[in-house]
Design a protein around this ligand. Structure first.
Ligand SMILES: [Fe+2]
Ligand SMILES: [Fe+2]
Length: 198
């Protein structure tokens, strides 16, 4: 499975993404591999691939993302609010399409991890949570508690996931920006299903 895929991904990333974005992608992959080994994720290669590819559509402008998305997606109704209020978030969904079309990734867990790395979703798999957390806590992230989250994630993935989700949602509220309903669903699902936080 996925023979020589790393080389293909590296070539794609270095051709399409800025140096900083490539560096971020490598860092996310590195942390994802580490977390996958901590949480006994069977296939560490999956964590590496999802980490490397999670931002593979990040080079597109908002306008290009919307056009790309309209061309490649039939279920546009679901994405209406994202297209209208937060089109940059489409990079996660467009990334899933690129992973599927360009890299022939068929593994649902990898595809979901790319697709949901910004907003999360209800009932996420371990790999999805790993990529979500690794994206916010990778070694290149300089926000106040990034290092603390990195360390916490190695001990308690759910707790790190919860704190990062809380920060993202709090950030949207304190900046008075649109809060996507998918993020709200993720929040509600997590709060009502995780005994530690209820
Ligand atoms: Fe992203
Ligand atoms: Fe990212």
């Amino acid at each position: 499975m996925y023979k020589n895929i790393e080389k293909k991904i590296f070539d794609y990333l270095s051709k399409h993404l800025s140096y900083e974005r490539c560096e971020h992608s490598y860092n996310v992959a590195m942390l994802a591999v580490k977390l996958a080994s901590v949480y006994n994720e069977k296939n560490i290669l999956k964590a590496q691939i999802a980490g490397l590819l999670h931002d593979c559509a990040k080079y597109m402008t908002n306008e290009r993302l919307v056009n790309f998305f309209k061309k490649n997606n039939k279920n546009l109704e679901y994405f209406y609010e994202i297209i209208r209020f937060s089109p940059y978030l489409l990079h996660s969904f467009a990334g899933e399409i690129i992973a599927r079309e360009n890299f022939k990734i068929k593994d649902k867990d990898i595809l979901n991890s790319i697709r949901n790395h910004t907003l999360g979703r209800e009932n996420m798999s371990i790999l999805e949570k790993i990529i979500f957390v690794a994206d916010s806590a990778s070694y290149d992230r300089k926000w106040e508690n990034a290092e603390e989250m990195r360390n916490l994630a190695k001990k308690d993935l759910d707790e790190a996931f919860f704190k990062i989700l809380k920060r993202k949602i709090g950030h949207a509220i304190s900046n008075s920006v649109f809060l996507c309903s998918q993020a709200v669903s993720t929040w509600n699902w997590y709060v009502s299903n995780n005994k530690k936080n209820t």
